[in-house]
Design a protein around this ligand. Sequence first.
Ligand code: ATP
Length: 475
Amino acid sequence: MAQKNILDNIISLAKRRGFVFQSSEIYGGLNGCWDYGPLGVELLRNIKESWWKHMTYRDNIEGVDAAILMHPRTWEASGHVQQFSDPMIDNKTSKARHRADNLIEDYIERLRKKGKTHEADALEQRLSEAVEPIDYYNIIVDAEIPDPVSGTTDWTDVRNFNLMFKTFIGPLEETSAVVYLRPETAQGIFVNFKNVMESARQKVPFGIAQIGKAFRNEINTKNFLFRTREFEQMEMQYFVKPGTEEQEFDYWREQRWNWFLELGMKPESLKLKPHEKLAHYAKAAVDIEYLFPFGWGEVEGIHSRTNHDLSRHTEFSGKKLEWVDTASGERFVPYVIETSVGASRSFMAFLCNAYDEETVTDENGKAETRTVLRFHPKLAPVSAAIFPLVNKDGMPDVAEALYRDLQKHFKVQYDDKGAVGRRYRRQDEIGTPYCITIDGQSVADQTVTIRERDSMQQIRIEISNVKSYLLERLA
Ligand code: ATP
């Protein structure tokens, strides 16, 4: 099936089954914002929980949950007030607005698809050789890049557009009251470096992790949850002794790569992409990219950032942010290895990774399409579904007792409507890994069948063992 259709099918399933809704849909929606429905919120929580355990269930990583609104000087120190902007260009005919860099990149891709390799290479080379600040306007005009909407080449100038959302503290909308919705969670970690190190009695190397909302007034939102204006990040800053950053960078790149694989990402859908251009202070940077139905896209960045961030905050706040070893007297400003992954963007990656359509034969031997979300059991929004085969002969009593018991430990669903085959399909479509059926034999000998989602194989086990069966696979 065409990749475009797959994305449409995923988005439609996400809405129909309650994973993701358009924000304020009854008012026509709000661009770039999405709401997580009953199943979506479970999946998102499971992703965040899994990240949190992977990152903080260690000796030397502590968590924080910093405020979204921060002192405005934070964003001067971080460089966001000065530099966190995207180049924006409008087409005069269609009035369509584009990010100038994306317009060029998309055009290069279109050239390649048409076999115009030479032109694509030349344009790519010009882009890679351009020095900051890049003169996007002349690149677009020289290459005669047409607007994908109108096909014309009448462009406005390129303007820089700061992506931070601005608001005001207190009743007066004046410059002195301006605050920003944080565009990343990292700064809440840097400003708490000393607080955490001292209160948790940590020594370098140690890390601070945070999960939280971030906001960016993106010029173009697109591709469902990939680029949104409100999203969630999971970030960790690891503070190390200068000179050890290379080995720490390699270690964290490996850790983060393995996290995706352990949660069932297909290795062929992931790749590491080192950055070609580094920020002036950076020593290394690599993205983990996922092969979305629309192409490769970054899900996580791993960066070696020297002491840039802590030094900047020291400069702007006047507070020393350094590590002092009281025994040896050694002191230094730690270097930072950062791992930064989107919770919402990886939600989309895990959803795409899980989505599958296959042809199976139903109980009457007829071929049918089975839509199945092959989530890792730890991520699946519903861990198990419990079905009484029929609503009589004592089966509902046994089923309900099991359901109530399992509900104390897992997210479970009870379904007694329709043929069992239909009930399986409903659970397959939301990725429930285990379906437990209570039949006539269950009433007689206290056993049940458990059907596994991917293999569709069934085994019979004692009711008293169901909880440990699930715990073994989900814990
Ligand atoms: P991009 O180049 O795609 O704009 P970025 O390089 O600016 O991303 P970072 O600032 O490194 O992204 O943010 C770290 C992570 O946060 C990204 O890998 C992504 O998973 C997530 N993220 C960033 N911007 C968005 C967004 N607008 N919507 C959803 N997730 C985002």
